[in-house]
Ligand binder design. Structure first.
Ligand code: G1P
Length: 280
């Protein structure tokens, strides 16, 4: 029912310069896997097989990553190293990838609107690869797709953040209609702590209905002079058509050095635990 996942991936990643000077930030690895592959695998686990990626200049490595590398395959065939390609081979076998370019950086809302040509007239998921979400049992997108079956409206994933950090996120307000599920009545992009109604922050997972595209076309630039998805969603929220979901799992903000290092260390420890338990 949700068949497509959009990945806005045109941003410059200036917080990781110089690493991101010639390499897309979505290709930064946590352990041996690039960030965007975690997002694609999460979407795949939610039953989504069509990946729509909004790229920009200097992002060719993403396309090459989700393609067969014949020379490499040839080189390592029959060696121990072959198993290191198992996950990416699965992804390439099961999913299709399509790309479009965002020519100007006019914000997340604009990036999503740029993806309309790949999505068409159907509901779709959005993953911001910077937000690496881990849940061993059920991925965040899987949880959200299940909710979508029930509510059939836009869904944003949220988590509680420190009250001093509201300026980094879209912040929602609303009524908790069921445990961890809110009917959104208001949402504001990056409010000052003194102006934030709550500390419930939107993280980089959305399910959007296709009417969002018409709204985005009419959305004026907001915070930072950019077209904000939060502002467009507010239109739908006013009509009671946005749900916020406090997801189960851990989110690492891999758009920041702190979050990126934390993800690396914690995922490494998890891997070691797994190895330990499989030897025991
Ligand atoms: C974007 C959204 C913001 C959201 C955040 C989640 O901001 O505009 O509402 O809370 O992603 O990561 P960005 O991090 O691109 O500045």
């Amino acid at each position: 029912m949700i068949n497509k996942c959009l990945f806005p991936a045109a941003g410059y990643g200036t917080r990781f310069l110089p690493a991101t000077k010639a390499m897309p930030k979505e290709m930064l690895p946590v352990l041996t896997k690039p960030l965007i592959q975690y997002g694609v695998e999460e979407a795949m686990k939610a039953g989504i097989t069509t990946m729509a990626i909004v790229t920009g200049r200097g992002k060719r490595a993403i396309e090459d990553h989700f393609d067969v590398s014949y020379e490499l395959e040839h080189q390592i065939r029959g060696t121990e190293k072959e198993k290191m390609l198992a996950d990416i081979r699965d992804v390439i076998d099961v999913c299709t990838f399509s790309y479009t370019r965002q020519r100007e950086m006019k914000g997340l809302g604009h990036a999503i609107l740029t993806g309309e040509t790949l999505i068409g007239d159907e509901s779709f998921a959005v993953v911001l690869a910077d937000d690496l979400c881990i849940n061993k049992e059920k991925g965040v997108l899987s949880q959200m797709v299940e909710l979508f079956k029930k509510y059939r409206c836009c869904i944003v994933a949220i988590e509680e953040v420190d009250a001093t950090e509201t300026e980094k996120y879209g912040i929602i307000d609303g009524e908790e209609i069921k445990k961890n599920i809110f009917r959104v009545s208001n949402m504001v992009e990056k409010p000052l702590p003194s102006e934030a109604a709550t500390n419930l922050a939107i993280i980089g997972r959305y399910i959007l209905t296709p009417d969002i595209f018409d709204i985005l076309r009419e959305t004026e630039p907001g915070k930072g002079g950019e077209i904000q998805i939060t502002d467009a969603l507010l239109q739908l929220a006013k009509a009671g058509k946005v749900i916020a979901y406090k997801f189960e799992g851990i989110r690492y903000d891999c758009g920041s050095i702190d979050g990126y290092v934390r993800a690396t260390v914690e995922l490494y420890n998890l891997e070691q635990e797994k190895k330990g338990s499989s030897c025991a």
